[in-house]
Design a protein around this ligand. Structure first.
Ligand code: HEM
Length: 478
């Protein structure tokens, strides 16, 4: 059974590779391509890339090739695709500024198949319309009203999962905050209704960047099953919500779902039920695992660097002292968390949860004097600038002051990507992370059970041992 499964997988890839090679052979523009190696037949350099990912040394994969071939752009082959890796601020700028001109967003087939009719599968005008609809809920102006709600969820989470504990496993427990918050703001469902969704989402996450072979036993198959189970739940919620909206039992602005059900795009078209549920699945996924990774790495740095912790604490206490006792955080309070955000930004520079993104060449063009043929996949990778000592002196040092004043040069700091396909949850992430930081530093001091615990990408950034920390109540607990 195992052998026949393997043969089926190999046969499928061989077929897709032969088709690609055949198409490329017919291509007139195959001279002077970016330098690099496409590795082994079919699998290319996928296994080395994955091994480096898991070891947490993916930057070595990129930097070795930048040194060996060209620091501006080189080619490789990953999960069955020929890929040109665009490096540094110039590479980022090119890909971010040319969306819908000669490049377009592209995701590996596993992502496209799992996120079906969501924004990630839309390009051009269709993408613009969908993005605008989603941003009607996720823009800064709309989200400012949800800060007190975020504060309530953070406080409840800390009360239930942190208070009275001597030790917590940060990466596991923090998912309850980021996921509950997303469920609450997107669907108005509370934690008691979602416990089995945590593990379903973990299955989904493990199969999102993988070979998209839907055979029993594969990660992708399990992720597909998870996506179907989550979609089923979301659809039930949509059905009920439609009735509630019709009967005016709920407000049309109470959450993302209501917003999407009552708002049409600029052409007067409403999203279908399938589009709504796929977009919500995408946002639940994109919106909780990323922030969970960031919060984990920030907590690690605060545990390692007492002077940074003290500075964050000072800022947060000043905010509390300026408020009436017991009053929830407001958007204006979050605007004052400048140093804390610099700390988060530095953690995002060193450990971005999403390290890069793909585009596809939609026509032949030249870049850095090399020909890039139509159909090639293009990758921007944040480490190629985030770890460049000419842009970030002593790049391995954690130094939040890099973000003071004018901050890093344009296109060098890109944890949220850039251009028309830039992350649309940036403001949501900023608010949920800062609200959590406020609540946690005021209540606890902590130290790391494993001071040298490493973080790895699988595919999202996660601490190898889940980041256990020992908690002590803060003398400033209010
Ligand atoms: C700190 C947390 C986060 C980080 C570091 C992050 C990073 C990214 C990056 C690098 C991209 C790809 C951008 C590109 O290719 O140019 C992206 C896309 C995206 N992110 Fe985030 N993200 C975060 C949080 C969120 C949240 C909270 C949400 C939703 C509420 C979200 C929703 C999305 C969506 C929908 C896309 C696809 C956008 C498109 O295709 O146009 N992200 N994110």
């Amino acid at each position: 059974m195992e052998v026949s499964k393997l043969l089926a997988v190999l046969a499928l890839f061989l077929l897709s590779l032969i088709t690609k090679i055949f198409k490329l052979r017919k291509h007139p523009n195959l001279h002077h391509l970016p330098p690099g190696t496409t590795g082994w037949p079919i699998v290319g350099e996928t296994f080395e890339f994955r091994r480096r990912s898991i070891e947490g040394s993916i930057s070595r994969f990129i930097q070795d090739r930048m040194l060996k071939y060209d620091s501006r752009v080189f080619k490789t082959s990953l999960i069955g695709n020929l890929i040109a890796v665009f490096c540094g601020p110039a590479g980022n700028k090119f890909l971010f500024s040319n969306e819908n001109k000669n490049v377009q967003v592209w995701w590996p087939s596993s992502v496209r198949k799992l996120l079906r009719q969501s924004l990630v599968n839309k390009v051009g005008d269709e993408a613009k319309l969908t993005k605008k609809l989603l941003l009607s809920f996720l823009n800064a102006e709309a989200l400012r009203n949800f800060v007190p709600k975020m504060d309530t969820v953070a406080q409840q989470h800390i009360k239930t999962h942190w208070e009275g504990k001597e030790q917590v496993l940060v990466y596991t427990i923090i998912q309850r905050y980021t996921f509950d918050l997303a469920c609450s703001l997107f669907l108005s469902i509370e934690d008691s209704q979602v416990p089995n969704l945590y593990s379903t989402f973990d299955e989904f996450l493990k199969g999102i960047i993988t070979f998209s072979i839907n055979l029993p036993g594969t990660k992708f198959h399990r992720a597909m099953k998870a996506a179907n189970a989550i979609t089923k739940e979301i659809k039930l919620i949509i059905k009920k919500r439609k009735v509630d909206l019709e009967e005016k039992r709920v407000s049309p602005t109470q959450d993302l779902l209501s917003n999407l059900l009552v708002t049409s795009d600029t052409n007067g078209r409403f999203l279908t039920e399938m589009e709504i549920s796929d977009n919500i699945l995408m946002l639940l996924f994109a919106g909780h695992d990323t922030s969970r990774s960031v919060l984990s790495s920030v907590i690690k740095y605060l545990g390692q660097l007492p002077e940074v912790y003290e500075h964050v604490l000072k800022e947060q206490l000043e905010i509390s002292q300026g408020k009436e006792e017991g009053k929830l955080l407001q958007w204006e309070d979050v605007q004052k968390m400048k140093y804390t955000w610099n700390v988060v930004s530095e953690a995002l520079r060193l450990f971005p949860p999403v390290r890069g993104g793909y585009r596809e060449a939609i026509e032949d063009f030249t870049y850095a004097d090399y020909n890039i043929p139509k159909g090639w996949k293009l990758l921007w990778y944040s480490g190629s600038s985030h770890e460049d000592p000419t842009l970030f002196p002593n790049p391995e040092t954690f130094d939040p002051s890099r973000f003071e004043g004018e901050g890093p040069p344009p296109f060098s700091y890109v944890p949220f990507g850039g251009g028309p396909r830039m992350c649309l949850g940036q403001e949501f992430a900023r608010l949920e992370i800062l609200v959590f930081m406020h609540n946690i530093v005021k209540r606890f001091e902590w130290d790391l059970v494993f001071p040298d615990e490493k973080f790895k990408y699988d595919p999202m950034l996660e601490p190898e041992k889940g980041l256990p920390i020992r908690l002590q109540p803060s003398p400033y607990t209010q």
